[in-house]
Design a protein around this ligand. Structure first.
Ligand SMILES: [Fe+2]
Ligand SMILES: [Fe+2]
Length: 410
């Protein structure tokens, strides 16, 4: 059987950004790698300024790998104490799985540093190197390349066009409140939730909340929750809603979603939740009201507005507040949502009017349910009718304003 071709991306990933991901994907395509393992470095014995804790760097990396085929993050280096050398990591990998062909992916500037690695000659026998050019101009230092090759280094240059992205620049943008474009939305939101790199937006008890969510949700559901929080944060800023409430409600909106139905039903009965028969039999419906109980019981959330937004995010309700609408909509439009016919229009409308966006979203859901010949939950039906009345009222107010303006100018 041919050996598995494994790419290795080492680094501090402080934080992981698009350039790292592009490099891994490019190496995988060009060199037909079977997979790429990201290996964030552990905490150095003496804390380096600006270097976030290994657990945070690992988690950001892991969040990027969810849904990225053939890529994974390994705790191999962060779980070991003291200074960790590449030679030890590679030796261990090959000891655990001798049928691997290892390709270490590096930037061109690392080439100069290779002779300073611990036991470089041994490293050269353990892996091949895939090298990414630093810039399009200028040739690699041939003398250095020959020296390395004479020592046994096996080097292949990747075709990838170099692109300048620097983690230092990203960190300084974050500290000055600028949104870096080279971060995946889940990484940016994780940074903000935890208040890393000098961002001033951390949630209270963020570590506890995130750790519990991570324990209770599947990876996909966790990623979805972080992305719903990122979307809710944006919508809260646009529509003047309290950002912390929106982020917290969004982050926790599916906190009960991965429970078995029997456990949800038990919680609903114990807490005497007033839910109809249909809701009681459906995880898709019941995780809303049960989620509100769990958010209070396990996450210590006492804010009734947050709990109400979690409770009604599945079917909506009459009298939804802007916070409820933001959570409902963010759930429908977060960036990893698979495309559906109304998606782009709901996204567009969310940026200008919550009522219009949620109305459009609900109506398209109702049409879909009707086409499937499924039953529509009465709360959704009532909410849609209420939203219709709200929209009509809003239009009438706008019309009156326009008429008054016209009269004044005439
Ligand atoms: Fe949900
Ligand atoms: Fe959700």
């Amino acid at each position: 059987m041919p050996k598995q071709r494994i790419g290795i991306m080492g680094g501090s990933f402080n934080p992981i950004h698009e350039r790292h991901l592009e490099l891994a994907i490019c190496a995988m395509k060009e060199q037909k790698l079977d997979r790429v393992i990201f290996l964030p470095t552990g905490n150095p014995p003496h804390k380096r300024e600006g270097l976030e804790d290994a657990e945070h760097r690992f988690e950001m990396t892991r969040l990027c790998m969810i849904g990225l085929p053939k890529c994974s993050a390994s705790r191999m280096e962060i779980d070991r104490e003291g200074v960790i050398y590449t030679v030890d990591t590679l030796t261990r990998m090959l000891k655990d799985s001798p049928d691997l062909d290892l390709y270490y992916i590096i930037g061109e500037d690392t080439l100069l540093d290779l002779p300073n690695w611990r036991k470089p000659d041994k490293v050269f026998t353990l892996c091949k190197f895939l090298v990414c050019r630093r810039s399009e101009d200028g040739e690699p230092d041939q003398e250095n390349l020959s020296l390395l090759e004479q020592r046994g280094a096996r080097l292949t240059f990747l075709q990838m066009t170099p692109m300048d992205t620097s983690a230092t620049e990203i960190r300084s943008q974050l500290a000055s409140g600028i949104e870096p474009t080279a971060l995946r939305p889940q990484v940016l939101e994780y940074i903000r939730i935890m208040g890393l790199y000098g961002t001033k937006t951390s949630l209270e008890h963020a570590d506890m909340i995130y750790a519990k969510l991570k324990q209770s949700l599947s990876d996909r559901r966790l990623l979805h929750s972080v992305l719903v929080a990122a979307t809710a944060r944006k919508l809260a800023a646009i529509h003047g809603v309290n950002e912390n409430q929106a982020v917290l409600a969004a982050l926790l909106h599916d906190c009960a979603k991965c429970m078995p139905l029997s456990e949800m039903q038990k919680i609903a009965k114990e807490n005497r939740l007033l839910v109809d028969k249909e809701t009681m039999q459906s995880t898709n419906l019941l995780h809303g009201p049960v989620g509100a109980v769990v958010a209070q019981r396990d996450y210590g959330i006492d804010d009734q507005n947050i709990l109400a937004a979690i409770r009604c995010h599945t079917v909506g309700k009459v009298g939804m507040l802007p916070l409820d609408m933001i959570v409902y909509l963010s759930d429908k439009i977060e960036p990893s949502r698979r495309s559906y016919p109304a998606l782009e229009e709901v996204r567009r409308l969310s940026g200008s009017s919550l009522i219009d966006a949620i109305r459009y979203s609900m109506e398209s859901t109702l049409e879909y349910i009707a086409a499937q010949k499924s039953t529509i939950h009465p709360d959704t039906m009532r909410a849609a009718q209420w939203l219709g009345r709200m929209a009509a009222k809003k239009n009438a107010v706008q019309q009156n304003k326009r008429s008054e303006m016209n009269e004044r100018t005439n």
